[in-house]
Design a protein around this ligand. Structure first.
Ligand code: NAP
Length: 290
């Protein structure tokens, strides 16, 4: 039996917890405070209550940790949970974005590409679809996959996870930006100027990826625009919901990461530079308010 902790009792963390509760392992859902949250998965007719404990309630080291807090909440997290780890603990960062590793200098840490869709409102989580994490393939993740084989969580292992991480970064880049800055859900894509802004952002993202060693086919831009067009009009993005909730934005790991890569390779990225400045100013207002 393994001891598993999930940090962040939100949409992603609660879903991971529910998938693991059916296994023989000891599972802790860890939040900033003790609480009870309700979890609903209408497609599977699941309604349950989850107990949330704090990291200081746990005195034994854990074998596996999933981190599912939003990017601005990583600050200070290392100190909060370091006592839960030992040399062999596998830490999975189940977040969007990239480049957050340095905030969590754990020995065996893996950036997951997270395909879990849900939303937390107050103390209630609704899960919409998917329970999939993509990870780099190695001995640790092969063994993790075996350990969690009886759970509802799908682990997909890749020879080069960077490609998956960058693909999700590009998918998040344009749609998160226009929904957050335009304060409208996916219907905003119907506006021709917004549509071309998305294409321009994706073109810049494609070039940044290329200079960073990730060679997508040029078709990736059309492919992502086609994905966007499949979104229901009323679908929001996490950054759109963060704007509505006046909470800090996850720009550091998405637009900010790409912006820093563009500077590193001295690339000209006028659309990214503009939207990054605007998002950053919004982020500062929300950070100062929170
Ligand atoms: P969320 O619903 O806001 O949940 C985050 C949770 O983390 C909140 O319950 C928050 O607690 C908790 N938290 C913050 N700081 C903490 C700390 N120091 N210790 C313990 N818990 C802490 O966020 P989410 O939607 O699950 O997103 C998590 C990550 O997954 C993000 O990077 C997001 O972009 C990514 N993602 C989300 C989705 C989705 O559909 N939701 C899909 C793919 C990827 P409080 O309640 O106290 O604030």
């Amino acid at each position: 039996m393994k001891k598993i902790g999930i940090i962040g009792p939100g949409a992603v963390g609660s879903c991971i917890t529910v998938q693991l509760l059916t296994t023989e392992h000891k599972v802790y859902l860890i939040g900033r405070r003790n609480a009870c949250i309700t979890y609903q998965d209408p497609s599977k007719n699941v309604n349950m209550t989850l107990n949330v404990v704090t990291a200081s309630d746990i005195t034994e080291p854990l074998d596996i940790i999933f981190i599912a807090v939003k990017i601005p909440h990583l600050d200070g997290l290392y100190k909060q949970i370091n006592h839960l780890t030992q040399d062999t603990t596998i830490v999975i960062l189940a977040q969007n974005g990239y480049g957050q590793h340095f905030k969590l200098p754990f020995q065996n840490m893996y950036q997951a590409v997270t395909y879990i869709s849900g939303q937390k409102t107050d103390q209630h989580v609704i899960h919409f679809r998917d329970e999939i994490l993509h990870l780099q393939q190695d001995d640790n993740t092969e063994s993790l996959k075996k350990t969690l084989a009886s759970s509802g969580l799908s682990l997909v292992l890749h020879k080069n996870i960077e490609v998956e991480i960058w693909y999700k970064l590009l998918v998040n880049l344009a749609i998160n930006t226009v929904t957050a800055l335009g304060i409208q859900p996916a219907s905003i894509l119907k506006q021709p100027h917004i549509y071309s802004l998305c294409v321009s952002l994706l073109k810049e993202g494609y070039i940044i990826a290329k200079h960073s060693g990730i060679n997508f086919s040029e078709d990736v831009i059309d492919e992502i625009m086609t994905i966007y067009q499949g979104y229901p009009d009323d679908m929001g993005t996490s950054m759109y919901y963060d704007v509505l909730a006046n909470t800090p934005l996850e720009i550091d790991g998405i637009q900010g990461f790409l912006y820093r890569q563009a500077r590193k390779y001295k690339l000209t990225t006028p659309h990214l530079d503009t939207i990054y400045a605007l998002l950053l100013s919004r982020h500062h207002v929300f950070s100062n308010n929170s």
